[in-house]
Design a protein around this ligand. Sequence first.
Ligand code: CMP
Length: 225
Amino acid sequence: MADDVVLSAPLFAGLDEESSLALVASMTPLEVVRGDVLFHEGESGDRLYIVREGKIKLGRRSNDGRENLLAVLGPGEMFGELSMFDPGPRTATATVVADAVLLELGHDELFAWLSDKPGVSQHLLQALARRLRRTNEALADLVFSDVPGRVAKALLDLSTRFGEQVDEGVRVAHDLTQEELAQLVGASRETVNKALADFAARGWVRREGRAVVLLDVDRLERRAR
Ligand code: CMP
């Protein structure tokens, strides 16, 4: 089960086609449906996953039960690697948001590949560095940006993963509930709803259940700055 989406994951960058296909062959395909939990924060973990289809959310829960989403990942993205490189508990819970097909790779197989093909490590480091950049930016936004600015940014970010060009703009089928969208932005559902209603009233977006159409990307980009 190899295709361009899977092979675009950092794990395969720097591998020739033959090696990539051999690595894919050593991975286990997994079909999961909305609501399935792949692992919980705090569990020990010895495998990573690549998304072939669907969407996965990575969330953390506070002691008083509130949830925060670190990311929503789509095709070609990887998760579950942190507790393999730095053995310890999973740093987040991985839950299926839209029915998904994943490829699973165990610790021993990964490390056998890394010692055989050191070039793979370089690309994995690059992927981790990119994730840290994003996390730093999200942290700064939490401190410096208001909720509407963060909502605009979250919509633009989701559009780079799940956006589809339509006549009126970009349709983003994020598959998140209002609650999940609020958890991603790090604000209450009411405040996020208010921001979305305001964007809709200005003609910047149109809401469609678990999707949103971005009608004026320029304005959203300016609001996100
Ligand atoms: P691990 O800690 O094994 O399990 C949870 C996974 O969530 C983690 O590996 C990463 O793959 C992913 N993850 C953790 N923090 C972030 C983040 N800030 N942004 C994106 N993904 C993350």
